[in-house]
Design a protein. Sequence first.
Length: 249
Amino acid sequence: MKKHHEAPTGLAPFPYTLKVSPRAKSARLKMTPHGGLVVVVPPGFDKTKISSLLLHHEEWIKKVTAKFDAHRQTPPPLSDNGLPATIVFPDFMESWSVAYMQTRIGEVEMVERQGNCLLVSGDVANTALSCRLLCSWLKHRAQVHLLPALEKLAAAHDFRYDSAGIRLQHSRWGSCSSRRSIILNSKLLFLPEHLIRYIMLHELCHTVHMNHSRAFWSLVHEHDPLCHSSNLEMKSAWKYVPEWASAQL
């Protein structure tokens, strides 16, 4: 899939990102909280038609943009390179300060110092490289915190699963395979406790019901009576996740 950014012009009513996908049969629009408006088109699509496509869906674009803006939280402080100066995992009462030091070109490295301080050194002017390193560190912290929490929750509610892992994913907060292998999104670290717990119990219930049947939801409700409100709240849970944690997806 090819991807490039289009700048707003007199012909384009909204800024957007263009994705050319061999799997696309027609042009379609999608909105993401951090990525904004995305136009997905098949190969060979006449790009002069994009402006009229955006105008046709102008009301929908404005409505979704307003919805995202209403939920958007004040971003944490950033360093001069646009990357985080502080990283906080509220449910685990953990906060890290992040310092950046330009020392060389082409690579970056990270050192954890006493007092929960991270030092990122190397080509820190390369934000994509630095962000990739931060996301790798985020996955490690998720393994430290989320996997033991899942194990503890499963034992407390008498669930059994065969394996568990961590991934940095775009939209799926968790998954459970038919082999009872559970995957958790490392971005769960930024969510409140009740939402982390809901996602974990949701996936643990999939070890019993590999579907979203009435029996499945009944089991989820049995273990989490607030599951329905939490499920609705998850639709805007992206607001807890800093933009840099989604930049590499």
